[in-house]
Write a protein that binds this ligand. Structure first.
Ligand code: FES
Ligand code: FES
Length: 158
């Protein structure tokens, strides 16, 4: 099937198998390896991207379902070599260790902060409950999300 979509601001037209998952299209066809696969069960959230402005687990979406849509991956967040405020916050607050969950955490945080610009601890934990981290114990992630919220409220939004 032929699909037309925009990924990180670039338009693509491709023929794909109907069963191809969006995450495999992004990684294997477009080389967007910043979006990673952490499980086979739609549990971990490492593959999270945005589809028309909302976060989805790209291992649970078919590439054909993205036809006509705008996809944003973690690779589309920085602009002209400048990290997005959420990326800066995760870096500065040590919201990662191995970094494997980080692309998904950051994309889910983008969605969370669009809904709730000033989340308390419980709201952050609830908003990220679909994203698993094996390293950090989560506290630094929560701190990073609240720091990101502060940066965005202060005018760092893009
Ligand atoms: S790889 Fe998609 S949820 Fe784990
Ligand atoms: S930083 Fe290693 S899985 Fe989260």
């Amino acid at each position: 099937m032929r699909i037309n979509l925009t990924v990180d601001g670039t338009s693509y037209t491709d023929d794909v198998e109907p069963r191809l998952l969006l995450v495999h299209y992004l990684r294997d066809r477009l080389g967007k390896v910043g979006t990673v696969v952490g499980c086979d069960t739609s549990n971990c959230g490492a593959c999270t991207v945005h589809l028309d402005g909302h976060s989805v687990k790209s291992c649970s979406v078919l590439a054909v379902q993205a036809d006509g849509c705008e996809v944003l991956t973690v690779e589309g967040l920085s602009a002209n070599g400048t990290l997005h405020p959420i990326q800066e916050a995760f870096r500065d607050k040590h919201g990662l260790q191995c970094g494997f969950c980080t692309p998904g955490m950051i994309m889910q945080t983008l969605d969370l902060l669009a809904e709730e610009p000033d989340p308390d601890d419980d709201t952050v934990r609830h908003g990220l409950e679909g994203n698993l981290c094996r390293c950090t114990g989560y506290q630094n992630i929560v701190t990073a999300v609240q720091d990101a919220a502060q940066r965005l409220r202060a005018g760092g939004a893009r």
